[in-house]
Design a protein. Sequence first.
Length: 187
Amino acid sequence: MMRVILASASPRRAELLKNIIQNLEVKPSRVDETKIKAKTPDAFAVKAAVAKAKAVAAKNKDAIVIGADTVVVLGKKIIGKPRDKKDAVRILKSLSGRIHRVITGIAVIDTKSGETLTHHEITKVKMKKLKLKEIADYVATGSPLDKAGGYGIQEIEAIFIERIDGDFDNVVGLPVAALLKLLRGPR
């Protein structure tokens, strides 16, 4: 059986994948996403996922390598991870009461055949109109600082989220159902 490697430092992705892959290896890619250019947010997410998977695949033979990148998009603008707590407050205020998209690009590389399969998943999220105190209390936990869009859906769903249209796991950081289709794809 081939090794399966997740090219990500995200504990949330690893947790989701360990539910379906027993002997998952986790090897962060250390790709500098600021150097990736793309015309659209979905193209960016896929390019970043491919770059992460390729970086790890280059050092690991006879493996299936999974790369993923999740972006939060408001309008046409990608909302990255907050720089600090003040930025997290700004981001959450901008998402308050509005619909945004969460896009995850995924790439699967079979290092034996060289085959690369990609996909992107889009989930729409409608955030409730938030009170400044709710935002401040959440930001004070420090939790938003390592998450695209300044929030972890699994932490705030009941308090902040009005509606989700699409794959919940995608908002966590990895559309597991779509990934399983890629893993079962043409080989």
